[in-house]
Design a protein around this ligand. Structure first.
Ligand code: SAH
Ligand code: SF4
Ligand code: F3S
Length: 464
């Protein structure tokens, strides 16, 4: 420990900016947690901070570019601060850090620390070395030790008190190697946390007032963590154990791969009321030729049958997906097969992207890359169809009563915003403040493209 740590030492400040997926949101919160024992508190702007960490995403080109433009701004801030005799330490964490390593410091010498997603538990050690005048650090190994085991105990996690909903990472990495995707390279191979540790973390969350937990993993349904008897638990098993925890009213998980939807998990959708009737199950394309070129290891028919099985288990389930348009070699016919799959499934919500060649992935070096105009045109058509389905789904909610977990304050006076079972944002007026963080029955009055509006039936929670 340095001389200015410990009780009574001046508080130092850390600002973490998060890009990319929910796993990064979880990791950013954990970075703040690991720095707390060294006297750091989190602040909301880089101007106030002694350390700025950009927790980055490499999934598409634009995501990575944003990091370099932010670093340009931080270079100016660092100059200003040093003019005032203040120091600013700049770190880059996450998937761009992992993918670029040393190259990052060459391209942006203002960066003091480059830290891959598997090493952020060592942040305090690196910060201390840098504070003592040590040279810049690049750490992008996948160390053998378990990062999660080195994080502060659940009850020490500052982020616990943030509200009624929380993310909990249960699995990391991916062994699927879809030919467009950087994740297997930036996050490494699949790793599942042991059941006991996840249960501990979930209990601590519940005690802190969390009512809804979203289990996270790049490939979350490939979960195979060790249980207390040394056996591999499936995601279905884990969900049943988590649902039994007092206070946990809702469970979700994301993101899943169609290949890993096993019978036990499908059965959990039928039998575990805490498991919300909403499933994000990315398919990417509806063309068998493109699915094969993507190395998705399933065809369109198998996916559609799978959705039917899931709906047989839980008829009310709302489906969501990710789509990529303009994968190398995608013809108009392939694209129309994707539209056909969307019509066959019917989605409540979905994300869609133009294919973005990522360095080091097999698809990036394919010769038949599509021009950007073709990708844009297809994306527009795809989003028009998905938009229609989303509006239809949301409109059909009007007149229904559903439990809403209030987790945000709305813009208007006494307005609360919450999540429906189907992950829609529900805006409710004339809502007493004591319902914040609570599950409440709401009658839906109107459905819009991106949200619902409803009214309270009773001004008291379903579950205290
Ligand atoms: N593990 C998840 C999601 C990973 S990334 C899964 O298997 O589905 C989230 C989404 O980003 C992907 O589902 C995909 O639709 C999109 N994506 C990934 N790589 C991409 C690329 N190179 N170009 C465009 N979109 C991409
Ligand atoms: Fe990427 Fe495919 Fe793994 Fe998802 S399953 S993280 S898309 S390689
Ligand atoms: Fe992005 Fe890495 Fe997540 S590339 S989507 S931050 S796993």
């Amino acid at each position: 420990m340095g001389p200015d740590t410990g009780p009574g030492a001046p508080r130092k400040k850390i600002f973490v900016k998060t890009y990319g997926c929910q796993m990064n949101v979880y990791d950013s919160a954990r970075m703040v947690d690991v720095m707390a024992p060294s006297g750091y508190t989190e602040v909301d702007t880089p101007e106030e901070a002694d350390i700025v960490i950009l927790n980055t995403c490499h999934i598409r080109e634009k995501a990575a570019e944003k990091v370099y433009s932010e670093l340009g701004r931080l270079r100016e801030l660092k100059k200003e601060k040093s003019g005032r005799g203040e120091n600013l330490l700049i770190g880059v964490a996450g998937c761009v850090a992992q993918a670029e390593g040393e190259e990052m410091r060459r391209r942006a010498p203002v960066v003091d620390l480059v830290l891959g997603p598997q090493t952020y538990h060592r942040l305090p050690e690196y910060v201390e070395r840098l504070a003592n005048g040590g040279p810049g650090i690049v750490e992008t190994e996948f160390p053998a030790d378990d990062k999660f085991a080195s994080l502060p105990a659940p009850e020490r996690r500052k982020t616990l008190a943030r509200g009624a909903t929380a993310f909990l990472t249960i699995q990391e990495g991916c062994d699927k190697f879809c030919t467009f995707c950087v994740v297997p390279y930036t996050r490494g191979s699949e790793f599942s946390r042991p059941v006991a540790r996840i249960l501990d973390e979930a209990r601590a969350l519940a005690e802190a007032g969390v009512r809804e937990i979203t289990l996270l993993g790049q490939n979350v349904n490939a979960y195979h963590g060790e249980d207390e008897k040394g056996r591999a638990a499936t995601l279905g098993d884990l969900i049943r154990r988590l649902a039994a925890i007092d206070g946990i009213a809702r469970l979700r998980y994301t993101t899943s791969h169609p290949r890993d939807m096993d019978e036990a998990l499908i059965a959990a959708h039928a039998e575990v009321p805490e498991l919300m009737p909403y499933l994000h199950l990315p398919v990417q394309s509806g063309s068998d030729r493109i699915l094969a070129a993507m190395n998705r290891r399933h065809d369109a028919e198998t996916y559609i049958r799978l959705v039917e099985r899931i709906r047989a288990a839980n008829p009310g389930i709302a489906m969501s997906s990710d789509f990529i348009v303009g994968f190398p070699g995608e013809t108009e016919e392939d694209f129309e097969a994707t539209l056909a799959l969307i019509r066959a499934v019917g989605y409540a919500q979905a994300y869609s992207f133009k294919y973005s060649p990522r360095p080091g992935t097999p698809a990036a070096t394919e010769e038949d890359q599509l021009p950007v105009e073709a990708k844009s045109e297809r994306l527009q058509r795809l989003q028009a169809l998905l938009g229609e389905q989303q509006i239809a789904f949301n409109s059909a909610c009007a007149g229904r009563t559903m439990p809403v977990l209030f987790d945000r304050r709305g813009r208007g006076e006494s307005q609360l915003v919450g999540r429906s079972p189907y992950l829609q944002s529900v805006h409710v007026g004339d809502a007493p403040e004591n319902l914040f963080g609570k599950l409440v029955d709401v009658e839906i009055e109107e459905g819009y493209r991106n949200s619902l509006r409803g009214r309270l039936l009773r001004k008291e929670p379903v579950l205290a």
